[in-house]
Ligand binder design. Sequence first.
Ligand code: SF4
Ligand code: MG
Length: 320
Amino acid sequence: KEKLLEIKDLKKHFKLSRKQTLKAVDGISFDIYKGETFGLVGESGCGKSTAGRTIMRLYEATEGEVDFNGDNVHAKKSAKELKSFNRNMQMIFQDPYASLNPRMTVKDIIAEGIDIHGLASSKDDRLNKVHALLEIVGLNKEHGNRYPHEFSGGQRQRIGIARALAVSPQFIVADEPISALDVSIQAQVVNIMKRLQKERELTYLFIAHDLSMVKHISDRVGVMYLGKMAEVATSDDLYAEPLHPYTQALLSAVPISDPEVERTRERIIIEGDVPSPVSPPSGCRFRTRCPHAMDICANVSPEWKEHKKDHWVACHLYNE
Ligand code: SF4
Ligand code: MG
């Protein structure tokens, strides 16, 4: 498998005051392969959105590296180089309404990237491109003349997808793209994203707050907790054999369709709230809520290790 992105010890800290720093992303490392969907999961405040934004350089990294096709996007770049990065990495947002300018027609919203990057040879070409984009997300020409408020949530998300695709990116960060939608609409949006991925060889970072949402769309999944990566594995491996106690707890909350299994299986309740990322626990950050916490967990931060092929975990239980 070919790597599209290599994220190396990436950190994004926000200074809140002279004494306080929010360590939203605090040293995460993983790869994203070409053409795959990488699901990034964690409770709100775990740093997954910040990670997504830092990976695509909407935020500057505090430390670490993001290599895109072997090139560090956070190294200083000329305006021209940055423009090409921006074109190759696009974002789909959780709230498509907030991210669509209410005073612009849909066709102008979709054409924004085409204009910025000079991708249309004429006015007609621009309009044809917009119409084609509307069509591939299941909307029509006429929709292009309307304004965002005239659309339903699901339609707005289609507009957001069309806008992202307008510049033919290789990589799309989708930050909870279906969380705000009705369950009946969620599958439609996921199906559009899957179809477009095949047709255009897209690579997705698909951010979600629970594991059930990414289960069917992701090839691999990463689980974040308090700014750190707890576990990364293929979807099959992660759901069949979760290693990290946090992943195990999250998975035990995911409903299983077989009622017999659902009735008899054990649920792991995670006690307590997520500690503040301003002053995270020493050692393993999950230790204040972990049913398996040991003495070492309070003192030593667990190493990020490939426990078996393609299955990474940070937990002292797997240190021999
Ligand atoms: Fe639990 Fe310790 Fe593993 Fe952290 S390192 S998840 S506290 S067992
Ligand atoms: Mg978020």
